[in-house]
Design a protein around this ligand. Structure first.
Ligand SMILES: Cc1ncc(COP(=O)(O)O)c(C=O)c1O
Length: 394
């Protein structure tokens, strides 16, 4: 019986998405910690802090007073209104709460957005380097991710010209952009975002804007694509600025004509987003003072790394504008970032993510350092990396 099941159940071709190399770094770090080594974790992209106290209190209260049944598929009305209000507060724009869809993290938002906007076989541009699930979710849904290598000339984001050049080769149906971006921490300014969206709109290319790192912008204010065009699908989340990764709650701003399609998909795929998480998320908007203090900690970490890493030997990064990532060029030392990261972990006790996770072409030359930890850890990381790199030929 078991033999037969083994034969019948084989993974589908569409499920063959690549794994994360960073998982190997995490397992190796755990092995070293089990041997008593002290490891500085700069590999995982999540806040060290938990949800704000306002969210925890709201969740406690809901646990004892509510049956926590399903909610409407688009989300609890008061949460959708609160999210819509945040666009007036943060970006000075009116967004109709009817366009807000609550999702299971931004990850759930990507599935809904891609299913709503694209057909199997559609070509969708994604930035390289870029967040790997953009490519992998698209591929699993039968779409064709088209990587566009970003360069210094467009400040490491997709520019309108390079988008249109790929579109002329073979038509694109969509483009995914993220600002601040993962893994680079680099941002598009308002003009760059408007230029890209303008080119895409004119060519009939749908834009999906991942704004999950909004609120964590240090070099200049992050612009929302919702301010630029009503045609864009904006994706956001409570995971990063709001420190709620494990609660799995995010949102989308959807063009009006797509709302009903997204609602039907959400009804069928998830019914609704976990009710407790939605209640806690709404209360997170009242925890701004606590969240701003966390953000100030990241700014301090960013300063420590920008001042310390060049002297330690890592002196070339992409613009470190926002999020909590620094994408360092290690080509002076190695063209094999996976091996470099493994050695840095073993010998310096600092865990980082090799660039190959984010860019199959040039990622061997880069390392992503996440600075969401404590300032003391950042100082120690700089010291350890400096001492370790002294042994390398320059
Ligand atoms: C750029 C980017 N988008 C989306 C996500 C997914 O986040 P979540 O599903 O927790 O909202 C992440 C997580 O690291 C990310 O870095």
């Amino acid at each position: 019986m078991l033999e037969r099941a083994k034969y019948l159940l084989q993974p589908s071709a569409r499920s063959a998405v690549p794994p994360f190399v960073v998982m190997d770094v995490m397992s190796a770090a755990a092995r070293l910690e089990a041997q008593g080594r002290h490891i500085i974790h700069m590999e995982v992209g999540q806040p060290a802090a938990g949800a704000p106290a306002t969210s925890i209190a709201a969740a406690h209260a809901a646990l004892s007073s509510s049956a926590l049944g399903y909610t409407e598929a688009l989300g609890i009305g008061s949460l959708r209104r609160r999210i819509a209000r945040s666009y007036a507060e943060w970006h000075g724009i009116d967004v109709d709460p009817a366009r807000i869809v609550v999702t299971t993290g931004s990850s759930g938002g990507f599935i809904l957005a891609f299913l709503t906007a694209f057909e199997p076989g559609d070509r969708v541009a994604v930035p390289l380097p870029g967040y790997p699930p953009y490519r992998h979710i698209l591929a699993a849904l039968g779409c064709e991710p088209v990587g566009i290598e970003t360069t210094a000339s467009t400040r490491w984001s997709i520019g309108g010209e390079s988008l249109l050049a790929r579109h002329r080769e073979r038509p694109l149906k969509g483009v995914v952009v993220g600002s601040p971006a993962n893994p680079t921490g680099t941002m598009m300014d308002a003009a760059a975002l408007a230029e890209l969206i303008g080119c895409a709109d004119d060519a009939g290319i749908a834009v999906i804007s991942d704004e999950i790192y909004h609120g964590l912008d240090y070099a200049f204010r992050a612009e929302s694509a919702a301010r630029v065009s009503p045609n864009v699908i904006v994706i956001n989340s409570f995971s990063k600025y709001f420190c709620m990764t494990g609660w799995r709650v995010g949102w989308m701003v959807v063009p009006p004509q797509l709302v009903r399609a997204v609602e039907r998909l959400q009804q069928n795929l998830a019914i609704s987003v976990p009710t407790l998480s939605q209640i806690a998320a709404e209360a997170a908007f009242d925890g701004r003072a606590e969240l701003e203090a966390v953000r100030e900690g990241y700014e301090e970490n960013r300063r420590i790394l920008l001042e310390g890493l060049p002297a330690a030997g890592l002196d070339s990064f992409l613009p470190v504008d926002g999020a909590f990532y620094l994408y360092a060029d290690i080509s002076r030392f190695s063209s094999d970032s996976a091996a470099f990261a493994a050695r840095m972990l073993e010998e310096a006790g600092v865990a980082a993510t090799p660039g190959v996770d984010f860019d199959p072409l040039r990622g061997g030359h880069f390392l992503r350092l996440c600075y969401a930890g404590a300032p003391a850890q950042m100082r120690e990381a700089v010291e350890r990396i400096g001492a370790w790199l002294k042994g390398w030929p320059r």
